[in-house]
Design a protein around this ligand. Sequence first.
Ligand code: GRF
Length: 217
Amino acid sequence: MTATRRAVAVLISGRGSNLRALIEAAKAPDYPARIALVVSNRADAEGLRLARDHGIETAVIPSKGKERAAFDAEVDALLRAKGIELVCLAGFMRILTPEFVAGWTGRMINIHPSLLPAFKGVNVHEQAIEAGVRISGCTVHFVIPELDDGPIILQAAVPVPPGATPAQLADLVLEQEHRIYPQALRWLAEDRLQIDGRAVRIRGAAPASGALISPAL
Ligand code: GRF
């Protein structure tokens, strides 16, 4: 398996707890992907240190004051130079150009801390609490040019405790993010995901159980 692992780049801007979950998952001997590169648009992203501690190559490509297209072109060139096959966005706080996204269609995924299509953008947990939802959660989806949109691979549901603050809800959801992101990347790396319009079919997947809710099985 080791020789055929897919080379993955993780794009981050901050803490990197999802990056950590992916790194940990990839330690399993049967995991079909390896984290080959971590790219951040911020030099102070905590996740960079985590990557370095694991001996993973890192790159900082500053985005500040740069044209969006120029930044994206730099990232794209680096990913291709390094032989990257799949891209995971993990707390990457940049909107990507349609050109960049087009170059990675079907090979780039993102994690978002809500049950999409609800609550896109930022301050997601504030939005959920303000809306009074009783269930929130997280979503891994293919990236398309529209922000926080794209075919949904996997979701986990999280009941919202009465009176929960946004920070408390964030912690509960984050726990589930760390479960579903490695699973979604596993399926992607195994070539088991088939995009069917706005839905994703997962070839040979076991039925969803527990907090894992997988559409279009
Ligand atoms: C996560 O909540 C993720 O869903 C969102 O940004 C946050 C990143 O957290 N896109 P971390 O950097 O992975 O800890």
